[in-house]
Design a protein around this ligand. Structure first.
Ligand code: MLT
Length: 388
């Protein structure tokens, strides 16, 4: 019936990947099966108590009860700017170059509405986080997919982008540390992206949701690179760093013009983040040193236990340099969807088929390190025990 016909923009999108996987997981659990969930990247550990205490204190202060509006709590913006100076040696003006967001998913989805028009294009990595594509499509523009292939170390081949696509494009998206591949950016790669962006007059959108989850030393912010601040916006998230996925809080930072453009969209779309949540986010960043290194160490232990076991049992995986995702080659002769289905149906383990992240994700499945090392070893044993 025409009344209920979805908009063309929505029809261009498949159902949201993780919502679909969640449905299957819930059905399997409801059927009484002992499911090990390595699907969505949602930390299994609780938010640290000092952050919950800051929320409670904030919620008890009537000054937090009204619309937050504007570009966020000044205390949070100042704390983000101090954090950035300490962590990345990048100076950000808290008033014009930092903007708290309702997690990074909404901001990534909404940002293109500020800059893309119908007929524009944006260069988007695949396999990649689905909102890069959906945000561009919601803005009426076309995503041009840049494959991230193992043979290119999961970096896009900028030389392979056609002149016509480069001319039509208004933005290039990158995501390092990268989901799903677990790769870190190098200075050379970010320098190449910025050079390419300058040549083609592109905005650079960098998703840094996993910036604080790196096992081989600190990950880079693109904003550290010369020339980046003029044309880049970087999205950060407290979700994974502080076990706060449900709280919906992150921030955008970078070029004051791009941050202002995002702000123009957001002030029309939302009314800000609950101020008590912003105060809790402030406490989180202030308590970074007391919490985050231990969390990263925990994931590193899980990564080593899981990847060692998989490799020992004949399933091939390169341990991720960063993120809590393992990008595992599908057993010979299996598509990613078939492999993930068998793993769920016969091993009671939820993994994400690589195809769900884009066509070049075919041949891989993604497993998330969001259960204990013991359960991860059990998951590896169950997966490897199938007769591939
Ligand atoms: C993922 O699993 O890739 C992400 O956690 C999904 C999300 O952040 O929405």
């Amino acid at each position: 019936m025409a009344l209920f016909e979805l908009s063309e923009r929505l029809q261009k999108l498949p159902p949201y990947l993780f919502a679909e996987i969640d449905k299957k997981k819930k059905a399997a659990i409801a059927a009484g099966r002992d499911i090990i969930n390595l699907g969505i990247g949602d930390p299994d550990r609780p938010t640290p108590q000092f952050i919950i205490d800051a929320l409670t204190e904030g919620a008890n202060d009537p000054a937090t009860h009204q619309y937050a509006l504007d570009n966020g709590d000044p205390g949070l913006r100042r704390t983000i700017s101090e954090f950035f100076a300490r962590r990345y040696a990048v100076e950000l003006d808290p008033d014009s170059q930092v903007y708290p967001t309702i997690g990074s998913k909404e901001a990534i989805n909404h940002f293109p509405l500020a800059y893309l028009n119908e007929g524009d294009a944006a260069l988007v990595p695949e396999p990649g986080y689905p909102p890069y594509r959906s945000g561009v499509i919601f803005a009426g523009a076309d995503p041009v997919l840049m494959p991230l292939l193992a043979e290119n170390d999961f970096f896009p081949d900028l030389g392979a982008i056609s002149d016509a696509d480069a001319a039509r494009a208004k933005a290039i998206y990158v995501n390092y540390p990268n989901s799903p591949s677990g790769k870190l950016a190098t200075k050379e790669f970010f320098a190449d992206v910025l050079k390419y962006a300058e040549k083609h007059d592109l905005i650079v959108v960098q998703d840094a949701a996993y910036a604080e989850m790196s096992y081989g030393g600190r990950a880079l912010s693109i904003l550290e690179m010369p020339g980046a601040m003029e044309r880049s916006i970087e999205f950060h998230s407290l979700s994974k760093t502080f076990n706060m996925t449900g709280w919906r809080v992150g921030w955008a930072c970078g070029s004051a013009d791009l941050v202002a453009g995002l702000g123009r969209i957001k002030t029309n779309l939302d009314s800000g983040i609950f101020t008590a949540v912003q105060r809790a986010a402030t406490a989180a960043l202030e308590g970074y040193d007391s919490f985050v290194p231990g969390l990263v160490e925990m994931y590193q232990g899980r990564r080593d236990a899981f990847c060692d076991k998989l490799n020992e049992l004949g399933l091939k995986v390169d341990p991720p340099e960063a993120t809590f995702y393992c990008w595992i080659a599908c057993p010979e002769g299996y598509s990613s969807t078939d492999a993930a289905s068998r793993i769920l149906e016969e091993a009671d383990v939820v993994v994400t088929p690589g195809l769900g992240f884009g066509p070049s994700g075919e041949g891989f499945i993604r497993a998330t390190l969001t259960v204990s090392a013991e359960r991860l070893v059990e998951a590896a044993e169950r997966m490897a025990a199938l007769d591939w």
